[in-house]
Write a protein that binds this ligand. Sequence first.
Ligand code: AMP
Ligand code: GLY
Length: 480
Amino acid sequence: MNHAEICPEEARRERILIIGSGGREHALAAAFAADPDVAAVFAAPGSDGMADIAKCLPLNWRKPAPLADWALANAVTLVVIGPEEPLANGLTDYLRERGLTVFAPTRAAARIEWDKNWAKELMTRAGVPTARYAAFDEADAALEYLETVDLPIVVKVNRLFAGKGVTVTDDLATAQSAVRAACAGYDAAQAGMPAVVIEECLEGPEFSLISLVDGDRFCPLAVAQDYKRAYDGDRGPNTGGMGACSPVPVISEAHVAAAIETIVRPTVRALIEHDAAFTGFLYAGLMLTADGIKVIEFNSRMGDPEAQVILPRLESGLSGLIRALLDGSTPTAHWSTDYAVGVVLASQGYPQGPLRTGSITIAEPLEGRLYHMSTARAAALTGDATASDAPTASSTNDPTDSPTDDSTNASTSTPTSAPTKTTTDTPSPDRYWRSTGGRSIICVGRGPTLAAARAAAYRDVGRIRSDVLFYRRDIGSHAE
Ligand code: AMP
Ligand code: GLY
């Protein structure tokens, strides 16, 4: 039975507008496109990579009036906002004032992400377990405090920083420079919030528990694990996330149940008490410590790359879950029992820059899914040789690895075959891309075990040809 027979056009009611253009938004668009209750998926601005499943609009959140005009004129039933920046800038508040239904938090509720100090105060008052911390308006007091703490220590810039404002270090000088960088040119009085948060360093496996929330009702999604560091073995700087897996074998159902009762439930209640009732995706970044589960951070949105491994496993319609919550019930999500592993291919130089951007060729049909994080469609490259001769993406960007190691690792960890003549002679329009930013694409493999999903993801990584991308080889290997 095809999609139209299961759910005829006239019975599909949702017309969804997704705000954003990255891999998370591509995964959201794919989930809505596969949802029998959804009649149309729009994205503003979207990306070339999702243009086959969503109508991409030449609009973006920085000009909210034309965005709202378009949504109203085109009978959009639900707006879903992907990235944190529009949330912190009050896009939800504006679109709601214009009469649209928005599944995303207001600026007040999104504060749980854009003001880490406020989030810490909220958790402390609500008794939600989290790392001990202190917050500072300026560098001198923070540097003095650093002299008194045990190492390792965690220094967090207290504002949105594209997921890169956290320094975890056992070196005092590194902690001091992170403090100075967080405070330089920052006026805490004007901003109305401290410059920097310094936190006790927790230890244990990390996992992300993201819930669909409306007020005090919520629907937890499957757990995922994000690989934040740039290089293999959790070395190098923190990034937006170099890969993810879902579910996470080391996190049991009992752990999830405990996290829901001790963290998610008291937090959504505390948000209501602080006049910041939350609607949208509430992301709890958690750590299973020897002392129980503790909060590392909250985000006010879906995770990226967590969305890309969670949403493909969702067997319930995403729009139905959201609509049920908005209508006052508490739905339960149903999940595939398999595993998903997503490996990010990022531009060399990411995250510090300068970035090496350039061409990407998808050399063979892929087994799993690929989501575009930051790419644009490129014209077909000339000649057969270009696709088959271009190097496979390198398995490391780590400046401490030798070039010899790089090539050895690339060829042993990602066996690839050159594209056949036939495929190259008849290029599909989906083969040629160029990277346009840091994290470019993510290959998601599925399988009955984590190892099988991992192998599938890396087989697809081996089908990507580029001399400007790198990736980690150990995504999914810490979850068991
Ligand atoms: P965040 O942006 O707050 O998620 O931090 C990025 C990463 O830094 C987290 O995923 C952790 O790996 C690490 N991190 C943040 N806070 C702590 C902490 N208190 N203890 C240990 N690691 C942390
Ligand atoms: N992957 C972490 C985040 O979305 O912030």
